[in-house]
Design a protein around this ligand. Structure first.
Ligand code: FES
Length: 256
């Protein structure tokens, strides 16, 4: 049987929890999308409560194929995500996905590097490669590193940095990266987070001779490659769509 690449599905809320101020984890019952999803892909969520026309792109964080559920993390940034956060067990959203190209899953022992909401799609990779990855995560302060408990079941080693020194090493992910990759034998680096962090890690990975993939975030409308709202210029001058050609790209393709 040939499976479709993506489907539209009514998904009911299984769980909703505020995991940090204004950051929520939502678990959705969505068997068809859960079955199809690959690490690093995203869904377009239509919020049915309130008056929301556009779908919201959100990275798939974890999949439970036995139960047919996947989780999403999102930050409240406007009325759409505010209304999303009000949904309770049993209420529905409409979900289109899985969308885009995810991470290369052929790495044997990659280092994941993430910051902010970029730690959400990387979690799907850690889950899929259970025990094979280490995670280097950075935040402004200890409160931003609530992610470590979500990664703990899936990673071998967690390395933390904070801008204010309140947890882990004082500094940025780029501060500690060169020493970390000298101490371990990694075969690749996967990054998602603020662009300045992704550019910095991509440059350091290249210097260390490690292949590097980055997951880009862009404003999206259709999520299907039709509206061009997510177009970017690549290094060789070709225009690419983050929603369809990405969101995951090889670093050298998008960062000079
Ligand atoms: Fe429409 Fe990418 S969001 S082309």
């Amino acid at each position: 049987m040939i499976l479709p690449e993506k489907v539209t599905e009514a998904a009911s809320v299984i769980a909703q929890q505020e995991v940090a101020p204004d950051v929520f984890r939502m678990e959705l019952s969505s068997p068809a999308i859960t079955e199809l999803a690959k690490p690093g892909q995203f869904v377009q969520v239509r919020i049915l409560n309130g008056d929301h026309i556009l779908r919201r792109p959100l990275g798939i964080a974890e999949c439970d194929r036995t139960r047919g559920t996947f989780s999403l993390f999102y930050r409240i940034v406007g009325s759409g995500t505010r209304d999303l956060s009000l949904l309770v067990h049993g209420e529905n959203v409409n979900v289109l996905g899985p969308l885009g190209h995810g991470f290369d899953v052929s790495f044997q022992h990659p280092l994941l590097v993430g910051g902010g909401m970029g730690l959400s799609p990387l979690l799907s990779y850690a889950q899929a490669k259970r025990g094979a990855c280490d995670i280097l995560m950075g935040g402004k302060n200890a409160g931003e590193l609530f992610w470590q408990s979500f990664y703990a079941p899936y990673v071998e080693k967690t390395i933390l940095t904070t801008d204010d020194g309140s947890l882990g090493s004082h500094g940025f992910t780029t501060t500690v990266f060169p020493d970390i990759v000298k101490q371990e034998t990694y075969d690749g680096v996967l990054v998602c987070g603020p662009e300045i962090m992704m550019r910095g890690i991509a440059r350091l990975a290249k210097a260390a001779g490690l292949p590097c993939q980055v997951s880009l975030e862009k404003r999206m409308a259709c999520g299907l490659g039709a509206c061009l709202s997510c177009s970017i210029d690549t290094v060789n001058g070709a225009r690419k769509k983050v929603c369809k050609d990405g969101p995951v790209f090889w670093a050298e393709e998008v960062f000079a």
